[in-house]
Design a protein around this ligand. Sequence first.
Ligand code: M6R
Length: 611
Amino acid sequence: MCGIVAYIGPREAYPIILKGLKRLEYRGYDSSGVALLDNDLRVYKKKGKVAELEDSLVGKDLHAHAGMGHTRWATHGEPNDRNAHPHSSSSGRLAMIHNGIIENYAQLKNELIRKGYKFVSDTDTEVLLNFIEDIQKNNNCGLEEAVRIALKRVVGAYVIILLDKESPDTIIAARKGSPLVIGIGKGEHFLASDASPIIEYTKEVVYVNDYELAILKADELILKNLGNEKLTPYVQSLDLELAAIEKGGYDHFMLKEIFEQPDTIFDCLRGRLDVTKGTITMAGIQQNIERLTKANRIIMVACGTSWHAGLVAEYIFEELCRIPVEVEYASEFRYRNPVIHPGDVIIAISQSGETADTIVAIEKAKENGAFILGVVNVVGSSIARISNAGAYTHAGPEIGVASTKAFTAQLTVLTMIALKVAKEKGTIDNTRYMQLLGELHSMPEKVKEVLKLSKPIEKLAARYKDAADALYLGRGYNFPVALEGALKLKEISYIHAEGYPAAEMKHGPIALVDEHLPVVFVATKDSYHEKIVSNIQEIKARKGKVIAVITQGDEIIEKMADDYIAIPESDELVAPILSAIPMQLLAYYIGVAKGYDVDKPRNLAKSVTVE
Ligand code: M6R
């Protein structure tokens, strides 16, 4: 949710910032802008994607050795040039970019208006910037001190980066609740929302923590808390290659990420699952195994696709571990005063590890004594750091806004955790345990088989691309996959889609069915098979068009469905890892057939860092 990047050092700042913005564009693409600082402070900004900004700057003098850039996902104020970042202070001395939301901005704005300040944008960012400038003037202090004083009054989440015309050798940044990484080069520094703009220059990074302030010069990094005490930066080495964040010959990141799934699932299992020894090695789980085996209750908190992974995990944990599980939308959980006991285990699931709703849900649960286990993809992210323990999903950077490989990696990790807990607890017999280890082990190869269906799915997409609505139905482990299929279609193709448990459709949604409505059944062979066959009959009887994802050799549904996609046989417990993939491909090819930018669907951002 908004991407920010900055540079100070001997190189030209603009090309570094521009490239960084392109890498961060998945975080928001309503507008973009840059500020360049040398003898003067120049701000350029434009509604639309980074390429539009780039075109508008051709021929301009962009020479500078310090600067910053922003790509916006609009919160306060519609996407236009005026509301684009960077914002300039009233005097023109300061410029600032911001990722997050200043919740008490209206109150601060009123105070400033009473003092005679005028605002040119509708943003909370411009308010905070002028608030800082006002403190600087009134207290006759430096920018660093003014920022510190201002942030003590701010309610909300932010990463801010400031440039001051009077100090062209310094960049000031601060963080609370939104991500900020500093790259440390030789006589140069980089700042960004994630490491992607930094990795080609340096692998040495510092993740800035909440309530920390960074004062950067080309050859100096000072980290302080808001109490003005110096902190020792914890320098880490990035384990990320440039190739992982490039398209590698694919038309879109989304397609690349779908096709990476045999490898990402393999990476997720690697070093953990040993089918010959019958072991699952996960240090974070092993060290806290008693908390899990003795948990009164497990609560999964997540949003979007990660929430769907939590729903699948609910079925798996209850089946294997016999522990009651609840799956909560993080945003609702936080605000409804939930009953949480110290014996509860919260499993927080997140690709980015930066989702604000999930972060606040974790904080709430922690306050009530619950133990937090993070299942996170991005190493070093906020959720990874605030969890008591965790397991990374190792899916590598996911850049397409629609989550794909992160979902199947989440399912893989959650299944391994459940198996480990069940084995320790004695709620699974050895035969079933070994069988499921074997099933997980075979997933990368089976996923490769599913991906071979991409051409037929592309043809299917061409036939259904003009549908106005779609219904996605599944039962049991495949019910959350139906929800995920509908979410993917909505996000990428803007076709209205609903996911339901297949049996629930007769309690209402069946009224939508006519000869124009495509109904996607996730109907692989499992314990619900006969029941879902009846549900398909019910749709056919009302002339609905049935597209079924089935197990290879399922002649019953093959004959009934208008179209089918047959995937390899697997145990029902791990079937969602396979059945999710046709959902991803169908949405992808429909989005492409409709001519949409599938990597950057309208109104969305990859990492939702506002509540
Ligand atoms: O990074 P997270 O997994 O916490 O993100 C949660 C949701 O914002 C995310 O899954 C979103 O729904 C995706 N766009 C789905 O494709």
